[in-house]
Design a protein around this ligand. Structure first.
Ligand code: SF4
Length: 89
Protein backbone atom coordinates (compact mmCIF):
# COMPACT_ATOMS: atom_id res chain seq x y z
CA UNK A 1 0.00 0.00 0.00
CA UNK A 2 1.24 3.48 -0.87
CA UNK A 3 2.18 5.58 2.15
CA UNK A 4 2.15 9.38 2.37
CA UNK A 5 4.48 11.15 4.76
CA UNK A 6 5.47 14.71 5.68
CA UNK A 7 8.95 16.22 5.64
CA UNK A 8 10.59 19.63 5.45
CA UNK A 9 11.52 20.75 1.91
CA UNK A 10 13.19 24.16 1.53
CA UNK A 11 11.93 25.09 5.00
CA UNK A 12 8.28 24.15 4.37
CA UNK A 13 6.50 21.02 5.62
CA UNK A 14 5.09 19.15 2.62
CA UNK A 15 3.33 15.86 1.96
CA UNK A 16 4.90 13.31 -0.37
CA UNK A 17 4.36 9.75 -1.47
CA UNK A 18 7.05 7.97 0.48
CA UNK A 19 8.26 5.74 -2.38
CA UNK A 20 8.65 8.78 -4.69
CA UNK A 21 10.39 11.11 -2.22
CA UNK A 22 13.54 12.62 -3.73
CA UNK A 23 12.89 11.03 -7.15
CA UNK A 24 11.68 14.15 -8.97
CA UNK A 25 14.71 14.38 -11.24
CA UNK A 26 14.57 10.69 -12.07
CA UNK A 27 11.05 11.11 -13.47
CA UNK A 28 11.02 14.64 -14.92
CA UNK A 29 11.54 14.76 -18.71
CA UNK A 30 13.02 18.26 -18.51
CA UNK A 31 16.31 16.81 -17.21
CA UNK A 32 16.74 15.00 -20.52
CA UNK A 33 15.52 17.83 -22.77
CA UNK A 34 17.67 20.11 -24.96
CA UNK A 35 15.47 23.08 -24.05
CA UNK A 36 16.08 22.80 -20.30
CA UNK A 37 18.55 25.39 -19.00
CA UNK A 38 17.62 25.98 -15.35
CA UNK A 39 18.71 29.33 -13.89
CA UNK A 40 19.73 30.59 -17.32
CA UNK A 41 18.02 33.24 -19.51
CA UNK A 42 17.52 30.73 -22.36
CA UNK A 43 15.57 28.26 -20.21
CA UNK A 44 12.45 26.72 -21.73
CA UNK A 45 9.54 29.13 -21.00
CA UNK A 46 7.24 26.26 -20.03
CA UNK A 47 9.75 24.82 -17.56
CA UNK A 48 10.42 28.31 -16.22
CA UNK A 49 6.72 28.98 -15.66
CA UNK A 50 6.29 25.61 -13.98
CA UNK A 51 9.28 26.30 -11.75
CA UNK A 52 7.82 29.69 -10.71
CA UNK A 53 4.51 27.99 -9.92
CA UNK A 54 6.30 25.38 -7.78
CA UNK A 55 8.24 28.03 -5.85
CA UNK A 56 5.06 30.07 -5.29
CA UNK A 57 3.09 27.09 -3.95
CA UNK A 58 5.92 24.98 -2.38
CA UNK A 59 5.23 22.13 -4.79
CA UNK A 60 7.33 19.64 -6.76
CA UNK A 61 5.93 18.78 -10.18
CA UNK A 62 7.90 16.47 -12.47
CA UNK A 63 7.01 16.69 -16.18
CA UNK A 64 5.84 13.31 -17.48
CA UNK A 65 4.40 14.43 -20.81
CA UNK A 66 5.31 17.42 -22.97
CA UNK A 67 4.58 18.33 -26.61
CA UNK A 68 7.77 20.42 -26.85
CA UNK A 69 10.26 17.81 -25.58
CA UNK A 70 13.52 17.48 -27.51
CA UNK A 71 15.80 14.67 -26.35
CA UNK A 72 19.29 15.80 -25.33
CA UNK A 73 22.40 14.85 -27.23
CA UNK A 74 24.65 12.27 -25.59
CA UNK A 75 27.25 14.96 -24.77
CA UNK A 76 24.74 17.23 -23.07
CA UNK A 77 23.23 14.31 -21.12
CA UNK A 78 26.68 13.57 -19.66
CA UNK A 79 27.17 17.27 -18.88
CA UNK A 80 23.76 17.44 -17.15
CA UNK A 81 24.41 14.27 -15.14
CA UNK A 82 27.70 15.68 -13.88
CA UNK A 83 26.03 18.99 -13.01
CA UNK A 84 23.26 17.21 -11.10
CA UNK A 85 25.73 15.17 -9.08
CA UNK A 86 27.20 18.41 -7.78
CA UNK A 87 23.81 19.84 -6.82
CA UNK A 88 21.68 19.19 -3.77
CA UNK A 89 18.14 17.84 -4.25
S1 SF4 B 1 10.11 21.49 -23.63
FE1 SF4 B 1 8.96 20.34 -22.09
S2 SF4 B 1 10.35 18.73 -21.43
FE2 SF4 B 1 11.57 20.30 -22.45
S3 SF4 B 1 12.26 21.65 -20.84
FE3 SF4 B 1 10.37 22.51 -21.66
S4 SF4 B 1 8.77 21.71 -20.34
FE4 SF4 B 1 10.58 20.46 -20.02
Amino acid sequence: MVKYIQYKHHGKTVWVREDLMGKHREHCMCYKCEKFHPNEPNNCPIAQELYSFCVRHDMTTPVWECPEFEEVSYERAIEQDNKQKGEKV
